[in-house]
Design a binder for this molecule. Structure first.
Ligand code: G3H
Ligand code: 13P
Ligand code: ZN
Length: 311
């Protein structure tokens, strides 16, 4: 099956009450872990690369890895640009064969966000690719941008209809209390998403796919392994899985996961070195990191996304 766009994936997910996992990829082991787990569970998936991933691995290497995954598996796979900051990066990814791009102008004014999102949508659609945009601002760290908690803003449901109509984008990321990174809530606070805002947005955009960024659940198992093997991840708190599952049953068709994969890779490698301090062959410790990343994606598909057997 060749690389696909998210159009059909999202339509089926919306109607079926589940979501597609969008997993960030940076190297071969991560691509393999995600696609092997998804293939075993017959789940469609989105592999996504950030600007940081393109800088680290080079777009051409990532594309070839994803092409290999497409050939090696029997599931629908989309390749997506995560948090494209401007028209140029979106164009470079569309031209390079990505089937989907995100234009993230959420920190700009409504009018500027509309203008650049429409420009990207027009270009991408012309080349057969699809576009995600964002309204509202998430707290946390993306590449070099660090949005402080007090600058984060929930999406205003009154703006979504006009935004989608004027831009022609294919999906919309909204801010309902998720955030990037492994520290999403202060200890002692109630980790609650604004599912009421999601319901309002869904009412105004019937049938339209909604995206949640910053949706790692920071599983305690991996934080514990990291901390027991020399790490220091104090008070790392993620999004409760039951709330994500609830969102996936409704209008949310794409759920973004990166931090959890980083935790899995780091836990596997730290554990490996504690057991084998004499090892120095990357294949040995990366095998253990890859195994935890695969386990995490497997659990995510079953417990959060509900996308198993939907390929
Ligand atoms: O939303 C951000 C993703 O976790 C990507 O992170 O920009 O460090 O690759 P990155
Ligand atoms: P997490 O940091 O919660 O994994 O979010 C990743 C993300 O939103 C990528 O765009
Ligand atoms: Zn994100």
């Amino acid at each position: 099956m060749p690389l696909v766009t998210t159009t059909e994936m999202f339509k089926k997910a919306y109607d079926g009450g589940y979501a597609i996992g969008a997993f960030n990829v940076n190297n071969m082991e991560i691509v393999q872990a995600i696609t092997e787990a998804a293939n075993e569970l017959h789940s469609p998936i989105i592999l996504q690369a950030s600007a940081g991933a393109r800088k680290y691995a080079k777009q051409i290497y990532l594309m070839k890895l994803v092409e290999a995954a497409v050939e090696d598996t029997d599931i629908p796979i989309a390749m997506h640009l995560d948090h494209g900051a401007d028209f140029e990066i979106c164009k470079a990814c569309v031209d390079g064969g990505f089937s989907s791009v995100m234009i993230d102008a959420s920190s700009q004014s409504f009018e500027d966000n509309v203008a650049v999102s429409k420009k990207v949508a027009d270009y991408a659609h012309d080349k057969g690719a699809v576009v995600e945009a964002e309204l509202g601002t998430l707290a946390g760290v993306e590449d070099d941008v660090n949005v402080a908690d007090d600058k984060a803003m929930y999406t205003d449901p009154d703006q979504v209809e006009e935004f989608v109509k004027r831009t022609g984008v294919d999906s919309l990321a909204i801010a309902i209390g998720t955030s990037h990174g492994a520290y999403k809530f202060k200890p002692g606070t109630d980790p609650k998403l604004r599912l009421d805002i999601l319901a309002e947005v869904a009412k105004r955009l019937p049938g339209f796919p909604i995206v949640l960024h910053g949706s790692s659940s920071v599983p305690p198992k991996y934080v514990k392994i990291i901390n027991e093997h020399g790490g220091a991840l104090k008070d790392a708190i993620g999004i409760p899985e039951d709330q994500l599952r609830e969102a996936a049953k409704g209008a949310v068709c794409k759920i973004n996961i990166d931090s959890d994969l980083r935790l899995g890779m780091t836990a596997g490698i730290r554990e490996h070195f504690e057991a084998h301090p004499d090892h120095f062959d990357p294949r040995q410790y990366l095998t253990d990191g890859r195994a935890y990343v695969k386990e995490i994606v497997h659990n995510k598909i079953i417990n959060v996304l509900g996308s198993d057997n939907k390929a």
